[in-house]
Design a protein around this ligand. Structure first.
Ligand code: PHE
Length: 519
């Protein structure tokens, strides 16, 4: 496709805002809090920083670099470096990202629902679901749980799913132009809202304890492979790595951009946001002595709202609205990058009409999001420990997030590090960047990062060999299927479905001929 038809960021700031908008998302608030709690707060921060500097920043430099140098989106950039096989890996990343997009938008629909609820109903007392009560559970449950299971975990959530998809399409409507306009509003607003929440949390009696919790290292935890795996997966997801979307964003940059510098800025901004989000979350939990038993999505959806509800002076609704608006903005500025990553790549290869391409992605994506939101696959019995139970989302997340991202990271480092691309990329960086890019970069992407990712992937597989499919996750959480639908087959088939969809999708998109044979 002719250069002029590709997107172009209006300014350097526009790109930085879009990239950091992509990075700062639900991962920074929802998953960071949950992971940091699960891995013991201070036990997490050393592995986290190692993961950031040794893997996160260099891989972001790589993903930006190959897009900027080739001015192509992820699959075609990899094709330049490794031929048709490279392109197939690129499409694998994007199909895997599409699976994640589907449930990311489902989570955003839940966020939107919680936002609506936080104007009032979220804070009203609710009974337990009849099923939970019949099973010997309590008569009443904390309000946020009740609200979720009585209101959001019903077919009406599908309306919210449609709305969230339409908002995403609207923001991507004209590509870089509309995305840039949106992130110029979303990203600064997110920082402001986060700072307000932090000030509120830290000025609570005992609020500061929560921050200490995040900063007191626990060196004994450093020997735990689980903690390292958690930190590396968190960094990949949070920095939007392994999705192929940052390459597409960087391909819209003008030739003279300093991408290593942009990678530094984006990742440091992302991780500072994430860390201070931890201040807000942990200060509220500590101030009210709330001990989360659950460590997944339920932390932000159920546990933290209990802290917000306990805020003095009848301010729960104010801070509740603020928190969920923040989640919504952070999530939207991320999800549009997922949508643009795929749309941009399809347009790059096949040309055609932008809106038609988005229409197809919309229909497929919407069906997937609806499946993830479908109440029957969310356990309505309320697992006693307050998690959602093992949902369809968990089943696919296990592969798409747990394996997919790291596999893509491994493949791209090997392709660039061991092919001729490594030297070319280094020369490109040296010609455009003020960051001293040297052989250290090649050593990292050739040896250190592949070794680290291989160990992590090996550990994940080993967990499944030892503890059965899904490893510890399935042991800790409740099975799905308690809802009357017979879904016993789903946990066993989800990995196969995921493999089939990603591999077949990658093979088809990779082998289809590009429409214009002119280039
Ligand atoms: N980085 C986002 C988050 O932290 C997730 C994401 C990844 C979004 C890749 C877009 C692309 O929530």
């Amino acid at each position: 496709m002719a250069q002029a038809e590709r997107g172009r960021w209006g300014s350097r700031l526009g790109f930085i805002l879009a990239a950091s908008g992509s990075a700062i998302g639900l991962g920074n608030i929802v998953f960071f809090g949950a992971n940091a709690y699960k891995f013991g707060g201070g036990a997490f921060y050393v592995p986290y920083l190692v993961a950031l500097f040794v893997v996160g920043i260099p891989v972001m430099m790589l993903e930006f670099g190959i897009g900027h140098r080739s001015q192509r989106s992820f699959p075609l950039a990899l094709r330049e470096l490794a031929g048709p096989a490279g392109e197939v890996i690129g499409w694998f990343a994007l199909v895997n990202a599409l699976v994640i997009t589907m449930y990311y938008l489902t989570m955003l629909a839940w966020v939107a629902g919680m936002l609506i609820g936080s104007f009032g109903p979220l804070w009203e007392a609710t009974a337990a679901t009849p099923a939970l009560h019949a099973a010997g559970g309590p008569e009443a449950v904390p309000n946020p749980y009740g609200f979720f299971f009585h209101t959001l975990s019903t077919p009406s959530v599908l309306g919210l799913v449609v709305i969230i998809w339409m908002i995403n399409i609207a923001i991507c409507w004209r590509g870089t132009k509309t995305i840039e306009a949106a992130v110029k509003f979303f990203v600064p607003a997110m920082w402001v809202m986060m700072i307000v929440l932090i000030v509120r949390g830290l000025t609570l009696p005992n609020g500061g304890q929560g921050v200490l919790y995040l900063f007191t290292p626990d060196f004994s935890a450093m020997g735990e492979p689980e903690v390292w795996r958690g930190a590396f997966s968190q960094i990949f997801f949070s920095l939007s790595l392994g999705f192929g979307v940052l390459t597409t964003y960087a391909s819209y940059l003008p030739k003279d951009s300093d991408t290593p510098n942009f990678a530094l800025q984006t990742s440091l901004m992302n991780c500072s946001f994430e860390y201070i989000a931890g201040f807000a979350i942990f200060s509220m939990l500590f101030a009210f002595a709330i001990i989360p038993k659950a460590s997944t999505l339920s932390m932000s959806f159920f546990v933290l709202p209990q802290g917000i509800q306990a805020l003095p002076g009848g301010t729960a609704a104010i801070y509740g609205v603020l928190f969920f608006v923040l989640l919504l903005f952070a999530g939207l500025s991320s999800s549009v990058s997922l949508l643009e990553g795929l749309t941009g790549a399809i347009l790059d290869k096949f040309g055609g009409d932008r809106l038609r391409v988005m229409g197809v992605v919309f229909v497929i994506g919407l069906l997937g999001s609806a499946a993830f939101a479908w109440p029957k696959v969310i356990d309505p019995n309320l697992n006693q420990n307050g998690t959602l139970g093992l949902t369809l989302l968990d089943l696919f997340d296990h592969n798409a997030f747990g394996y997919g991202l790291l596999l893509v990271g491994l493949a791209e480092c090997l392709i660039v590090g061991w092919g001729r691309g490594g030297q070319q990329l280094l020369e490109h960086f040296r010609a455009t960047s003020r960051v001293p890019m040297g052989t250290w970069f090649l050593i990292l992407i050739r040896y250190v990062i592949p070794a680290a990712l291989t160990v992590l992937l090996g550990l994940a597989l080993w967990d499944e060999v030892q503890n059965g499919p899904y490893g510890k996750a399935l042991v800790d959480e409740q099975q799905i299927g308690a809802s009357g639908l017979s879904l016993w087959w789903l946990p066993a088939s989800a990995p196969l479905i995921w493999l089939l969809v990603t591999l077949a999708g990658a093979a088809v998109l990779g082998r289809l001929r590009a429409r214009e044979a002119t280039a």
